[in-house]
Design a protein around this ligand. Structure first.
Ligand SMILES: [Zn+2]
Length: 293
């Protein structure tokens, strides 16, 4: 089972966290059109995790994706990380996001992905809140250690499963992790910065030998616009973490590496593999392993 997902946030981030530059909105719109076109050409329906704030300020983006027949999931309301929110804040955030997206498309939101995969051991309560607002499928777990959080104690690994926690059940579609000897820890090869960094043949091999691959992309992962070097203030506002020179340099390199080949790589995957969205994958949930948190 190969699942294709996109986290859609750039318009909102540009407006509220960056320079609010007109040419970027145009570039994002154009890139989204290219993605939708490629999906259509390959007969793929994907899941697009959109910010509730996007439905509020840039409804044309969400409407366009929904009109093309793709699943609209929630990627939170304002892209705040769940591990930096209290349960009450997360409840309000989820309620707002689900309502904004459902009002925008007229369709029920069933799937969720946390910004920066920010659900882990310390905030498992998030699943209860998601369930409260009708979320049946989650794709927030990074089943290993990472710079910002992750869920290394998660026993389900990189496989779809049914999580039970405090009497509720939710289908989980974690990110796929693979081992690269030179990195020395599991990495998320099927999207984001690592997808650009790794040879496409490595990614294709991993997909071929796995029963399950969760691919995840952002518009910015595949756009040919260079990200600028963030100031300390910008970094701290966005990441809510120390914007040291080292942290900012790492972020700069990660976000600009091998940008030109990314879209071509994505369309090659679309052509070479069968992908489904989360809504469709959840139809097999009866056969998933149960994981008690
Ligand atoms: Zn995001």
């Amino acid at each position: 089972m190969n699942i294709l997902t996109f986290d859609i946030e750039e318009w909102y981030i540009e407006k509220f966290y960056k320079e609010d530059e007109d040419f970027k909105y145009k570039a994002y719109d154009a890139q989204l059109d290219k993605i939708l076109e490629a999906l259509d050409e390959n007969g793929i329906k994907a899941t697009f995790f959109c910010l509730g704030g996007l439905a509020e300020y840039f409804p044309h983006v969400v409407k366009k994706i929904a009109a093309a027949g793709h699943e609209i999931g929630s990627h939170s309301n304002h892209h705040r990380w769940i591990n930096k929110m209290t349960p009450e804040e997360f409840r309000k955030d989820t309620e707002g996001a689900v309502k904004a997206l459902e009002d925008c498309t007229g369709m029920k939101v069933r799937s969720f992905r946390a910004p920066a995969f920010s659900i882990g051991e310390v905030n498992k309560w998030a699943f209860e809140i998601l369930h409260e607002f009708g979320i049946e499928n989650d794709a927030s777990i990074f089943p290993g250690a990472r710079d910002f959080g992750g869920f290394p104690s998660f026993t389900g690994g990189s496989n779809p499963c049914r999580i039970t926690y405090n009497g509720i059940t939710i289908n989980e579609f974690p990110i796929s992790l693979g081992n690269l000897p030179i990195v020395g820890r599991p990495i998320a090869y099927s999207g984001g910065g690592y997808f650009r960094l790794l040879p496409l043949s490595f990614v294709k091999n991993q997909i071929r030998k796995s029963d399950y691959t969760m691919c995840y992309f952002h518009i910015l992962d595949i756009l040919e616009i260079k990200s600028k070097f963030m100031t300390r203030e910008e970094y701290e506002k966005y990441f809510e973490a120390t914007g040291s020179l080292k942290n900012r340099l790492i972020r700069y390199c990660k976000s600009n590496i091998r940008r030109k080949r990314a879209f071509k790589g994505l369309t090659t995957l679309m052509h070479d593999f069968d992908f489904i969205n989360i809504e469709k994958a959840a139809q097999s949930a009866g056969a998933f392993k149960e994981i008690v948190l």
